[in-house]
Design a protein around this ligand. Sequence first.
Ligand SMILES: Nc1ncnc2c1ncn2[C@@H]1O[C@H](COP(=O)(O)OP(=O)(O)OP(=O)(O)O)[C@@H](O)[C@H]1O
Length: 348
Amino acid sequence: MINEQQVREILNKKKDPFLHKTFEETNAIQEVRVKEEKGHVSVKIALAKTGTSEQLHLQSMIVNALKEAGAESVGLRFTELSQEELAKFKNEDGASDSLLSPVNSTTFIAIASGKGGVGKSTVSVNLAVSLARLGKKVGLIDADIYGFSVPDMMGITKRPVVRGEKIIPVERMGVKVISMGFFVEDNSPVIWRGPMLGKMLNNFFNDVEWGGLDYLLLDLPPGTGDVALDVHTMLPACKEIIVTTPHPTAAFVAARAGAMALRTEHEILGVIENMSYFESKLTGEKEYVFGQGGGEKLAEELQTTLLGKLPLRQPDWNDDDFAPSVYDQEHHVGKIYMELAQKVVDSL
Ligand SMILES: Nc1ncnc2c1ncn2[C@@H]1O[C@H](COP(=O)(O)OP(=O)(O)OP(=O)(O)O)[C@@H](O)[C@H]1O
């Protein structure tokens, strides 16, 4: 049977999803009671915010961890840290106005993939635009720092302006966008290396005037490299969507990105299968060009849902308002994106 000290050791390592600090640092554990004869553990924990989906997620993680360590049953109560306690942390990291501030209610969604070229950026852009079409306040960070493509995909020609100490993101199709592409001239290669990438990301969170956002989407670089890890560290409460094609190799590699999300306790909202099939405009017949089943298999493996399947089809291009990768709301694929966006909203 588990004892009080073991309970505290387990809890101390867990993190407040909004303060990004351990319970030990935030002094979150307000009460621990262990009834050894019944194997019952009851704890009271103070968080920066309660009543959130992050709290629910944390709740099941704590219950599982305590049961694994020997508790028969677990009673969990949550309360909120006082304003004075919260103020301490805000002052400490100077991030009170930033997206990383504990009082911020933005939902972060990272779009990840294992392999490059599966359509992760296309999905990020269209999901962001579709959420905006649903009336949500949406931001998009093109965190694919070396392989940025969002500005071109959305046909963005403007550049952000600096007001005081803040960068004002470019707004396009109802989405506030920031990309490394805005800060390099003439498509020249990016000079930031290793640890600078994390710094750059941090600037995107702290120095950009996002205003109130409902959702901030992050188009991650493919694979499980530095930036993906930085996002995991900076945004422990981040949700993830994994993009794959139906091809077994793509799905197999995507599983690694998913496994990383699970290990860092990011909640996976689901899998999107892109380039699922080609549908003939003449006969309506579907051809499964890259095979079948990759999305289902990946979702099963990651114990999540397959949010949807997108066919192979380019958007209709409009020369007057050129955004080569954005589907119109009435386009066949645009409608699928609207359904996906609604599913994302509902799942949160
Ligand atoms: N459903 C689709 N139908 C047709 N073309 C698509 C589809 N999805 C993506 N594409 C095209 O595939 C190419 C790769 O897409 P995209 O850049 O979104 O992939 P990515 O996974 O973000 O790539 P990278 O990892 O290299 O950044 C682009 O030219 C894009 O227009």
